[in-house]
Design a protein around this ligand. Structure first.
Ligand SMILES: *Cc1c(COP(=O)(O)O)cnc(C)c1O
Length: 338
């Protein structure tokens, strides 16, 4: 696998390795050893998981002499914000097609959080309805090409085989850390949506160990088969990058029971999980991704649906830049289960 990763240009954007910390108090409350991999600390304009993908994607863009980057996301996309920061870092023009796909009826949704940061980071924002995204991209690509610019398009979430290499690399980094600490990581749990994080982790862990599973928490897609297929396809796309991977067997495991009312809609478990981790450990997670996955993990362990005798590692994928936009979610009365 070392050669798989070395075969692709990579621009350093992240603070690595991110810390791996023991959650002693949460673990005691749950009766399980729980660790947290702090990918919220990757450091790029408030950090998050897209930064590792962007190290490879921006590396690829520069290798192709790109002048401008176009990418997609929801209005409050963390991926869009990290792409804006990465482009600023290397001097690429950045265009964000931000789609109104989430119903969160608060005025801050369109002006605060990640959108505010996108603007500060010098990106060009193109907000539109989901049905207009393809046309917006087409018009924009035409306009940039006519101006003589080479355009590099990054898919939503940075999830293609190149981007997912960032999480193959993360699996390697994490397993180095667990080996050094004498841990036996049995289960990695994280929020999954566009699938690149999970696909990279599946490939990276399978390459290095036989007994570490990856469980994605579906925070995004009400079409369960679609998200499973997406992650599966990405693992196969990564396999296609290197003959070293040809004999490996990748298996995709996704929990669909904690999506609640859908993408961008926190559940009671989400809010309770966010409060619990914040109060016990001083670590903040977000209501769209990391906190939703954390709330799911807490409820799965509590209900005996995760039978972990070894160490569980929760991957904090970031997202906290969105917090102020979701003030109303925290103001609601919530059932506290601690
Ligand atoms: C994008 C994102 C995820 C999901 O990662 P994918 O690779 O898109 O599945 C999880 N958490 C946060 C905070 C994100 O921004």
């Amino acid at each position: 696998m070392a050669t798989l990763l070395e075969g692709f240009p990579r621009v350093p954007l992240a603070h690595l390795p991110t810390p791996l910390e023991r959650l002693a108090r949460l673990g005691a409350a749950l009766g399980t050893e729980v660790w947290i991999k702090r990918d919220d600390c990757t450091g790029l304009a408030t950090g998050g998981n897209k930064t590792r993908k962007l190290e490879y994607l921006i590396g690829d863009a520069l290798g192709r002499d790109a002048d401008a980057v176009i990418t997609y996301g929801a209005i409050q996309s963390n991926h869009a914000r990290q792409t804006a920061a990465a482009c600023a870092r290397v001097g690429l023009e950045c265009h964000l097609i931000l789609v109104r796909s989430v119903h969160w009826d608060h005025p801050e949704y369109e002006t605060s959080g990640n959108v505010l940061l996108d603007d500060l980071l010098g990106a060009h924002l193109h907000k539109c309805a989901p049905a207009e995204a393809a046309k917006t991209a087409e018009d924009l690509t035409g306009e940039l090409s006519r101006a003589g610019k080479t355009v590099y398009v990054i898919p939503a979430g940075g999830s293609n085989a190149i981007g997912a290499l960032g999480y193959v690399q993360c699996a390697r980094e994490l397993l180095n850390q667990t080996t050094a600490l004498g841990l036996r990581p049995e289960l990695l749990v994280h929020a999954t949506s566009s699938g690149g994080t999970q696909a990279g982790l599946i490939v990276g862990t399978t390459e290095l160990t036989d007994d570490c599973r990856v469980l994605g928490i579906n925070v995004y897609d009400s079409d369960h088969a679609a998200i499973e297929q997406r992650v599966h396809n990405l693992t196969e796309d990564i396999r296609g990058l290197s003959s070293e991977l040809s004999a490996l067997k990748f298996s995709v495991a996704i929990d669909h029971d904690h999506l609640g009312d859908g993408y961008g809609q926190p559940t009671e478990d989400t809010i309770a999980g966010i409060r619990q981790l914040a109060e016990l450990h001083g670590i903040v997670t977000d209501p769209v991704y990391s906190g939703k996955a954390l709330g799911a993990l807490v409820s799965l362990i509590r209900d005996g649906r995760i039978d972990a005798t070894g160490d569980v590692v929760f991957i904090h994928t970031g997202g906290v830049a969105v917090q102020s936009v979701y003030g109303a979610a925290f103001a609601r009365p919530t059932v506290r289960k601690v």
